[in-house]
Write a protein that binds this ligand. Structure first.
Ligand code: MSP
Length: 639
């Protein structure tokens, strides 16, 4: 009987398109899913989209669309992205799916029937971007959201509450009994501190808008988006509609999440499951956050790059390798193009690429492209053979414990030793001296080492793994290959025809190479000095957009500055400060469609943050802001 493995990603808010930071969880989950399939598990890998709530509703309104229409478009974009990134999810759930919405209602009804839901008045702070409630003493400086640092709003509503406090003790026991329920350790400890302080009941409905799942028997209320969202993990696999499937896959073996949503997954979700009497997930792993070239990833900084842009530039496998190898899983890390290029050149082009190239070239040259029979063994061979077996074991152990960086380190040590084996055995000398039997053994061993390396790489770098199989003449085995192929040394058959091909990973010359972003200040300056002309790509880096002026007012104590609130459509509302007070009265500007640079780094003018810049032309003492003739929608791109 096959063992099952159920792995999930968070379901993504679809108010914006994903960037490399948000794709991180999905790529990791894909690697875990492929790895478990490879180890013989019957895997169910779930991802999807979180489509209800105030944040999505506002985004839809800003885009001038109905929320459903807006979600339908965005959900397609997510699906397409995961296809393009060759993500192997078994299902894609949307919280607007009818089946899911029914399950949410049944789930909440059951919580209510079990005496865990009551009506009360909620008064407190709410962060729309995080869709989170906060108490006064949890707020950050200047009454900001402690999770994202943005403004919170006061909410006063009659709501239904979930008796989370009732589960405080049970959760404490759970954390004590299962020390690996939440990982890494420091994330588990954060949750323990919250539990020790004591949990308060949580509001689980809203009444100020309608975009959500109606509360059973009281449709004036919609169910709080987080409650709705968490239930996806059971609704997707059949809870209340396909008991057999549900009982097979539930409980989840692994919920992969980012650190900022740990509270919801490690405290609220288990309490909800306890309330309805379902088993708890086996593990919740809260990973860290990525920055991009040292900066926070955000739309307003213009670095929320579509992951496909990176994939086109560097290749899918290089990105997958880099994310696993360079970002120590669990900790925050930086996605830096410079270190990515370093890894591609050193680990992929040099270590792995050269090993393959040298091995196939020597087989082609000396054995008419046929993998030779190993006929003459020497003691150094056992180092390679033993090394391979040890590598397989350590690689599996680390992958099982989600220690990806360490697993790849083990593998690259073996790749390193395989290259060293070439230096130690000096096959070129064997060829010159006519020691064919020994040469055959050395080259067989190298080809076998490569087969093992490619097999271990199957879940992490599938394209590369397949390509190495193809070069070794075993392409048709690849699809079905599992850990059975790693049982022992020597499973590669002699006599197969190897193929020569292009380098697996061409070296990148950083001096001639154009990166996706120009990262440091020095580079920006160097580039600017070197080039008087700009390319179309340079121009495309400036995100020019149409914006509608919503509000305008003079900046106190300044003759020059006006503060504007503008609508940028999909990008939301922004505040910009412009030096046009001498030329325009605030009221003249309201309703105008203007042109702004939307990806300019925010700057402070007279202490006020400006999140963009409007365009204006000046001619002596005259100034005119750029406007447009036709009524285009705010946020429209200028190119
Ligand atoms: N909709 C909720 C999750 C509900 S799950 C029942 C949500 N969505 S999200 O779109 O905001 O975030 C989804 C995932 O993307 C989270 O795991 C989050 O940590 C991850 N990331 C978003 N930006 C990230 C980085 N810059 N770096 C790493 N992961 C980040 O929260």
């Amino acid at each position: 009987m096959k063992k099952k493995f159920y792995v999930t990603t968070p379901i993504y808010y679809i108010n914006a398109e994903p960037h490399i930071g948000s794709a991180y969880t999905t790529i990791i989950a894909d690697i875990v899913a492929r790895y478990k399939r490879f180890r013989g598990y019957d895997v169910f890998f779930l991802t999807g989209t979180d489509e209800h709530g105030q944040k999505i509703l506002t985004a839809a309104q800003q885009a001038g669309k109905s929320p459903q229409e807006f979600c339908d478009e965005l959900a397609e974009k997510f699906k397409k992205l995961w296809q393009d990134l060759e993500i192997t999810n078994d299902y894609f759930i949307r919280t607007t799916d009818e089946t899911h919405m029914k399950v949410v209602q049944k789930f909440v009804k059951k919580m209510k029937e079990n005496g865990d839901v009551y009506k009360g008045k909620y008064e407190g702070w709410y962060c729309v971007p995080c869709e989170s409630f906060w108490t006064e003493d949890e707020l950050g400086e200047n009454k900001t959201c402690p999770s994202c640092g943005r403004e919170v709003r006061w909410v006063s509503e009659e709501n239904y509450f979930f008796k989370l406090s009732k589960y405080n003790q049970k959760l404490l026991e759970l954390f004590e009994k299962n020390s690996d329920f939440v990982e890494p350790d420091f994330r588990r400890n954060e949750m323990l501190r919250i539990l020790e302080k004591g949990l308060k009941d949580v509001s689980i409905t809203r009444t100020s808008f309608k975009w959500g799942v109606p509360m059973p028997d009281d449709p004036e209320h919609v169910i709080y988006v987080w409650i709705d969202a968490l239930i996806n993990y059971v609704s997707a696999i059949g809870y209340t509609w396909d008991e057999e499937k549900f009982n097979y896959y539930w409980p989840a073996d692994l919920h992969l999440i980012g650190k900022e949503i740990n509270r919801f997954h490690s405290l609220i979700w288990p309490a909800m499951l306890m309330s309805v009497g379902l088993p708890l997930p086996k593990k919740i792993y809260a990973h860290g956050w990525l920055t991009f070239n040292g900066q926070k990833i955000s739309k307003s900084l213009g670095n929320a790059i579509d992951p496909r842009v990176l994939v086109e530039k560097y290749g899918l496998d290089a990105i997958r390798y880099y994310l696993l190898r360079e970002i120590n899983f669990g900790k925050d890390g930086d996605f830096s193009e410079d270190s990515l290029i370093g890894r591609i050149n050193a680990d992929l082009a040099n270590d792995l690429g050269n090993l393959l190239h040298r091995t196939t070239a020597m087989i082609i040259q000396n054995f008419d492209s046929k993998i030779p029979k190993p006929l003459k063994k020497e003691p150094v061979d056992s180092q390679l053979i033993f090394g391979s077996l040890e590598t397989v074991q350590k690689f599996f152990e680390n992958m099982d414990n989600l220690k990806f960086t360490q697993a790849l380190e083990n593998l690259w040590q073996f790749i390193g030793f395989s290259n060293k084996y070439i230096d130690l055995t000096e096959p070129w000398k064997l060829s010159k001296n006519g020691d064919k039997d020994r040469l055959a053994t050395v080259l067989y061993n190298l080809a076998e080492a490569l087969r093992i390396i490619a097999t271990l790489l199957k879940p992490v770098m599938p394209r590369t793994s397949k390509e190495i199989y193809s070069r070794l003449g075993i392409a048709d085995e690849w699809d079905k290959v599992s850990d059975e192929a790693l049982k022992e040394w020597g499973m590669l058959k002699s006599g197969l025809t190897v193929k020569h091909g292009e380098p697996l990973f061409p070296r990148i010359d950083p001096r001639k190479f154009e990166k996706v972003t120009v990262s440091s200040k020095k580079e920006v300056k160097e580039v600017a000095e070197e080039l008087n002309i700009i390319t179309i790509d340079d121009f495309a880096r400036v995100d020019l957009r149409i914006a509608k002026v919503l509000e305008a007012e003079k900046v106190e104590k300044s003759e020059k500055l006006l503060k504007l609130k503008i609508d940028l459509g999909d990008l939301g509302e922004r505040q910009i400060v412009a030096g046009i007070a001498k030329y325009y009265k605030p009221e003249e500007l309201i309703g105008k469609l203007i042109v702004v640079v939307a990806n300019l780094k925010p700057a402070k003018l007279m202490g006020i943050e400006s999140q963009g810049m409007l365009l204006a032309a000046k001619d002596g003492e005259k100034l005119s802001i750029l406007t447009i003739e036709n009524q285009l929608k705010p946020g429209a791109k200028i190119s």
